[in-house]
Design a protein around this ligand. Structure first.
Ligand code: UDP
Length: 322
């Protein structure tokens, strides 16, 4: 039975991952400071309230328990906020992550799964984006994630710490059983916001820009179901535990949908009226971000189960209308 520490296991992606690990009978410990996560989203495992900035707490935890691997989901994720408050991002996403890696090193834990992002690529030079695409992030958020990716390469060379960096495109949807979903506060992501407009929790959805170089003028993104994302983490974990080398993977479905197409799909799925208001472009949004995830399919045997946009929205709607 694998012993896994899930840092940030009370958040959107972390909580779905904890459920997946529980189904595989892993021995799970969740460490979360609940700054963005929810205690009731941790469906199984031991819960430890705490922050990865707290070296003493980490040292105590790693002394008390043994871990085969660490999965790290605890980071700040808002591009706009990262531009306004870069210190918050560099401190948490970089410095605190290094803190965690140092305690892992002291304790001899040498397997790490890292939540990275398409934002490490910056403005796309070609599409779909594969792992060879240059990484030139255009905002502090993307830079913090790239810095950790680079640190992980160095930690592997120097200390033999093996890692998998998973670069998410747009994580979306919810647990198909309806137990878990997306609960950010403030919510900034398109699909939950569209569904809040459908359920009446918000008056409308703002479309950030209709003058992009795309067929309908709105931004195109690659939405990947949270369950499929977690499956890629599970396979990455198995790969590391079987002794495979460090690797980075881009995770998406390889299909782009525009903001307008997402709204239209949400109207079909919910049958509700969704009021749309046109708004200016959001700073730092590339027109199109689509993943080439062939490497994950080839090397990990990953096969997304819920690639269909309407299914992704349907599961998110089940959670929104709970
Ligand atoms: N978006 C939008 N209105 C919103 C929120 C997002 O038009 O209220 C757009 C955003 O500009 C981007 C896409 O929806 O083109 C996806 O944004 P999200 O914040 O969900 O994810 P990101 O692509 O930033 O990771």
């Amino acid at each position: 039975m694998s012993k896994i520490l899930v840092v940030g296991g009370a958040g959107y992606i972390g909580s779905h991952m904890v459920k997946r690990l529980g189904q595989a009978d892993c021995e799970i410990t969740v460490l979360d400071n609940l700054s963005g996560g929810h205690r009731d989203a941790v469906l199984t495992g031991d819960f430890v309230l705490g922050d990865i900035a707290d070296t003493q707490l980490l040292q105590g935890l790693f002394k008390r328990k043994s871990f085969d691997a660490v999965m790290h989901f605890a980071s700040f994720i808002q591009v706009g906020e990262s531009i306004q408050e870069p210190g918050k991002y560099y401190r948490n996403n970089v410095s605190n992550t290094l803190n965690l890696l140092e305690v892992m090193r002291d304790s001899g834990v040498d397997k790490f799964i890292f939540s990275s992002t398409a934002a490490t690529f910056g403005e796309p030079r070609y599409s779909p984006i594969d792992e060879e695409h240059p990484q030139i992030p255009i905002n502090p958020y993307g830079r913090t994630k790239l810095m950790v990716e680079q640190a992980l390469q160095d930690y592997d060379l120097a200390y033999g710490l093996k890692s998998v960096c998973l670069r998410y495109f747009n994580a979306a949807g919810a647990d198909p059983d309806g137990q878990l979903g997306e609960r950010h506060d403030p919510e900034t992501h398109l699909i939950p916001l569209v569904l809040m407009a459908a359920s009446g929790r918000r008056p409308h959805i703002s479309v950030f820009g209709r003058d992009y170089d795309t067929p309908d003028g709105t931004c195109i993104r690659d939405y990947i179901h949270i369950t499929d994302l977690c499956e890629a983490h599970w396979l990455s974990l198995q790969s590391l535990l079987s002794g495979n080398p460090s690797q980075s993977y881009n995770l998406g479905n390889g299909n782009g949908f525009s903001v307008q197409e997402v709204i239209d799909a949400a109207r079909r799925v919910t049958g509700k009226i969704i009021k749309v208001v046109d708004a200016p472009r959001r700073h730092g949004d590339p027109a199109t971000l689509v993943a080439d995830a062939r490497l994950a399919k080839e090397k990990l045997g990953w096969a997304p189960k819920y690639a269909d946009l309407e299914t992704i929205i349907e599961h998110a709607w089940k959670f929104e209308s709970r």
